[in-house]
Ligand binder design. Sequence first.
Ligand code: MN3
Length: 235
Amino acid sequence: MNRRSFLHVAGVGVAGWLVSPQWAIAQNSTAPDFFTVPPLPYAYDALEPFIDRRTMTIHHDKHHAAYVSNLNRAIATTPELQGRPVETLLKELSLVPEAIRTTVRNNGGGHHNHSLFWSGMGPQGGGTPTGRLAAAIQQQYGSVTAFQEQFNASGARLFGSGWVWLVLDGQKQLQILTTPNQDSPLMSGAVPLLGNDIWEHAYYLTYQNRRADYLKAWWNVVNWTEIERRFTAAL
Ligand code: MN3
């Protein structure tokens, strides 16, 4: 408490001191919300039967929320990083002070990856892409089906926890890649377009050890309209 707020609370007397809202806020103060969890753009059960309501609830409200609060705590200790978008932090991780670099990498990556994940899915998802993205996928992979098979194979091969991505690389070429843990493609200069979460928390309640079944089913909830928007924006 600084001198000024001490004088303020002293002035209202002990009873007021105990119930003063300002004091209550000071007592409960946590890191400011530099970053917040974006609300799910659909209901928790909207992706059923492919992703169940309980998985979505825990994943969004607990896992994603934990990445955000860890990131906020780290940023609170480092005024020179405050106000920077998470994309900038991840692209320029070497500029983040070493004391919090791993925290920003894991939790900033977790925040950004999951934000892309939620909006990259939807209850009206599935089907195939159209327009320029469809043309680019066909040119690169032969067909959308061949692309999906290659994407799923990469996801199935990934050992441990991480993500499988379709990215636009530095040469503006489509590329399938995986990242370990919560690493973001932004860290290697690529733009993530489409990402699937291969951590067990993303699928275990419905699919248990059957990761391949999850990878296959997940295409039913992909929001291609949003993925095409990202592709066009990144070109
Ligand atoms: Mn996750």
